[in-house]
Structures are given as C-alpha cells and as structure tokens.
Design a binder for this molecule. Structure first.
Ligand code: TXA
Ligand code: MG
Length: 508
C-alpha cells in the first residue's frame, strides 16, 4: 500500500488533514501521528481487527498490549471500571500529558487491544495534533510507538517512514516530538500504584500528588528472572544494529575508559561509536562520536536518545560505547531505555582504565616554532600502544606564531605537517602527575625545574631515551640544516615511542 504523508503545523492545525486521518481510522486503517512523547501508530481501539493490523505492521508479538489514547477525561469511564479515587488527582495534575494509567477494562475494549489482559492502559496525550485526531476518530485510539518492533521509538515522521513506509495508510508529520521517551506507565490496579515503565513523570512527582508509589523492581536490574509487569518491557528494545555497551563509573573514568577503547579500536583500523554529551565531546578524538545532549539539561538527552541510536545504524560501527547518566528525574527513564537498548550490557570504567604512567607529552623548546613542534608531530605519527595528548610549547613565546616555514617544508617532504600549529608559551599550568615534559636541551630543563619546583617528570629528550646525540639548532641556517635536525629528532622520537610502548606493555 502507498503510505500518505501529510504535514501539519501544531500551532495551526489543518482540520482537513485531521478529518481525512480520522476517516482512515474509522474505516479500520492505521495512521501514525505525533504525541509529546514519541510518534504513535494509531488504530481504532474498540475494533478487534484494528489491533491485529497494528501488530502486523510493527511485527510485534500479539501478547504485547496497546495503550488506548483518549482526548476527554470523561471517556475514561467508558473503557475502564473500578477506577480508584486517586485517579482524579493524578489526571488533574498529569493529563493531558506523558502518563499512562492501567485500570480494569470495561467490556467495550476488545481483548485484541489489551493483548488478552483484563486490564487496559489509558493515556490522554497533550499534543494538540494527537488530541484532534483522537476526537476525529471517535475518541479511542490505540497506539503503540510507531516503530518496527525492537527498533528505537520514532521521534520524527522520517523515523516512522524508515520503519513503516508501505505498511500503514498514513503518517501525520508534525515535526520532532518534545519529550522523546515513552510515557510513564502507572499501574492503578494495585495498592499503592506501581510504576511499570519510567518516563518524564517521576516517582517523586506522583508522591507529591498521591503519596508514595512503588516501582516494578524488575525494570532496572539485569539479573532478575521475573518478567516485568508491563509485557512490552521484557523484550530487547530500542536497539541499534550495533552492539551497545554502557560504560559505568565516575565521569572522568568513563571518559578515560571510552577513550582507551576507541583508541585501541582505531589502532586496529576500525572505529567504534561513542555516545557523548556536549560537555564531554571535546575529550574524544577517536571513534564516531555523537552528542546526545547536555548534562546540564537531561531533557535534551531524552529528546535525542532514539535519534542518535538510529543514526548509528547508518554508520559503519559494530560497537557503540555510551557514557552513563544520573538516575535523577528523567535520568531514570533515560538509563532504563539505554540499558534495554544495550540488552543490559554494561562494563565498569574502572576495570577498563589501565594504569597509564603518562597521558600527556609536552615538548619544550625555546620559541616553539621548529624543534618542539617537529618532535611533537613525529611522535603523533608513531604507532603508540596507548593514547597520549601530544603538545609542544616554548619558553620564550611573545605571541602565537605559525611554525617556521623551513621546518614545515621538511615535515611536508616526510608526509607530515605543522599546519595549524601556533607557538604557545610554557606556563606550567594544567600539568598533572601524568604529564611528561621533554625539553630539547638541558638549559631549558634547568630553567623549568627552577621556576616550577613541584613539577615532576621533566627530562631532556636525550636523557629520557638514553641517547645523547645532540639535537642541532637549525634556526637561521639553510634548509639542509633543518633536514639534519629532522633526522636526529626522528631517531630520538622513535626511541621515545619504543620507551613509551614498553611502559604501556608493563602497565597493561
Ligand atoms: O508514550 C507512549 O506511551 C507511546 C505514545 C505513542 O503514546 N506509546 C507507547 O506504546 O509507548 P507501546 O505500545 O510502545 O508501549 C506500551 C507499553 C508496553 O510495554 C505494554 O506492554 C504496556 O505498555 N502495557 C499496555 N497495556 C498494558 C496493560 N494492560 N498492563 C500492563 N502493561 C501494559
Ligand atoms: Mg514501543
């Protein structure tokens, strides 16, 4: 079948499109539509056959019940019975919105919709397009997320088309959704009510309205043998094609661990995917790194999660490493989805982070325009077992200047470049215990040691590699002198790489 796509502006809803979509649903067809959480795949919730079509289009197991979406609170009474009294307060606070509540079902709801259960999940979405569509369809629209079963839920109409083009009648394109993760599911048939799926509405928020609620403990632990109470939560879900692994630890350790993993893969000629945040992005140099949002505002992470997972399917990676996120607020829902996408594969950052004596190497020369930058570039081109941040700095730098042109000419002839280099003054700042400072001559070393008393690990390059071949200063001399200097540096830097690699072998 041909899937019709209709764009709609949520601030100026085109009633003709809504009427057309409503007709499709009334005839028993399938229409995907935006909600504030994710795109839903709508069908008439009161028609047995409509549910069957939904399961078919999604490739979803038919024991996985659907959520019935309503647009008027009064309509709840038509599909649910024995509605507990706290429901009014919850609805007053959170409906319309990203909350699904589970009740005993009335006879009006077919078992097809509830996956054979005697309970029904009900949600009143706040998205105006969703509300208009539900009204146009007669008031009761069943809608699972509009993805192929097992894939990440769709947060744009394009995602829906990726999965369901040709399998459904229509898609209403209302742009990107707001929240990005599915609704919180609260089971109202137990006392106190129980959260079956975490979402934007959190346990704390419920507690403020009706007192404490419980949480289905099977949701978070990976070891549990009991199936979760929401049937849909038992499947590996939201999953990208690549293997996703969550790296856990404190943030610094997580970054170091992922960097090591990405570096090791890169050395073997393959790249891994990295899920990073705006704050941590600059720390990654290797791998295909995607920014999932800001740690300052976890809502941005929720909004981007599924898009980022889908984007990795377009990349040539077989493993994706993700940082982990705080479990507060919507963070709990983020981690729940991430863990499901990872099939609960987690590794401890601390176990990965190898003892590494040096993580940064700084070559210090006089003006940082010839020998320092050459040595740094030579080291960057060595095959190093561990990753190092490699810099050069000078002791007399008045303002940033590009590298010396003759030095650049020599490097170019060896397929390297000093392009983009600007000289920097050595000021002893930001140096850690794992920084190795290598000077070109011993005067420079003495000067640094006398000015920065607490600095560890300052050596001349010769001393560190145990080779006293003098490094000539070609400054002001013809090109050949630069070539001779290059030869000496090249020999010393190869020895340096051997030495660092030997240390790495010992540590790792
Ligand atoms: O945000 C949302 O809830 C989105 C949008 C489209 O509204 N819908 C959504 O539906 O996420 P779906 O089908 O992808 O997930 C529904 C979840 C499943 O885990 C299902 O097992 C659970 O709700 N569920 C539905 N009816 C239930 C019931 N009667 N008892 C327990 N769990 C139920
Ligand atoms: Mg779903």
């Amino acid at each position: 079948m041909e899937t019709i796509v209709r764009k709609i502006d949520k601030n100026q809803i085109d009633e003709d499109v809504i009427r057309e979509a409503g007709e499709v649903l009334k005839r028993g067809g399938l229409v995907a539509f935006p909600t504030e959480t994710v795109y839903g795949l709508g069908a008439d919730a009161l028609k047995e056959e409509a549910a069957k079509k939904t399961y078919e289009a999604k490739g979803r197991p038919s024991d996985n019940p659907l959520i019935v979406h309503i647009a008027e609170y009064e309509d709840l009474k038509k599909i649910a019975v024995n509605i507990p009294p706290e429901t009014d307060a919850l609805a007053a606070h959170f409906w319309p919105g990203p909350l699904t509540m589970i009740f005993e079902k009335s006879a009006a709801v077919p078992y097809g919709t509830t996956g054979g259960l005697d309970t029904v999940a009900v949600r009143m979405p706040s998205d105006p397009i969703a509300a208009a569509l539900i009204r146009a369809a007669g008031g009761f629209v069943s809608a699972p997320s509009a993805n192929t079963s097992g894939r990440p839920s769709p947060t744009t109409a394009e995602h829906v088309m990726e999965d369901l083009d040709g399998k459904i009648d229509m898609v209403i394109d209302g742009g990107s959704v707001d929240i990005g993760l599915e609704s919180t599911i609260l089971d109202m048939t137990v006392e106190p009510p129980m959260i079956l799926r975490p979402g934007a509405i959190t346990a704390d928020m419920f507690e403020e309205v009706i007192g404490p609620v419980s949480i289905d403990e099977t949701l978070l632990g990976s070891e549990s043998k009991t199936p979760p109470k929401a049937p849909g939560m038992k499947y590996r879900h939201y999953a990208p094609k690549a293997r996703l692994i969550i790296v856990e630890g404190d943030l610094r350790e997580e970054i170091l661990a992922i960097r090591q993993l990405a570096y090791a893969a890169h050395r073997e000629g393959r790249d891994v995917g990295v899920i990073a945040t705006g704050e941590t992005l600059p720390f990654y140099k290797y791998g295909i790194v995607k920014n999932i949002g800001s740690r300052e505002n976890e809502r941005t992470i929720a909004r981007n999660l599924y898009r980022v997972l889908r984007e990795f399917d377009e990349e040539d990676v077989d493993t994706i490493y993700s940082e982990s996120f705080a479990m507060q607020g919507i963070g709990k829902a983020i981690m729940n989805r991430l863990e499901k996408a990872a099939g609960h594969m987690r590794i401890s950052a601390a176990a990965i982070v190898k003892e590494q004596k040096y993580r940064r190497v700084i070559f210090v020369s006089r003006a940082d325009s010839v020998r320092g930058p050459m040595a740094a570039e030579l080291l960057r081109n060595q095959d190093l077992r561990q990753e190092y941040v490699i810099d050069s700095m000078g002791l007399v730098v008045l303002f940033p200047e590009p590298a010396n042109q003759k030095a650049e000419a020599i490097m170019k002839s060896a397929q390297m470049t000093l392009e983009g280099h600007f000289s920097r003054q050595f000021d002893g700042e930001g140096l850690q215990d794992d920084t190795l400072v290598l000077t070109i001559d011993s005067n420079q070393k003495e000067k640094i040691l006398s000015e920065y008393e607490n600095l560890k690990n300052v050596y001349t390059l010769n001393e560190f590699v145990g080779d006293d071949t003098e490094i000539p200063d070609p400054y002001g001399k013809p090109l050949t002198a630069y070539g001779e200097c290059y030869e000496v540096l090249d020999g010393l830097v190869q020895k340096l790489a051997d030495r660092l690699n030997l240390d790495a072998e010992r540590d790792g």
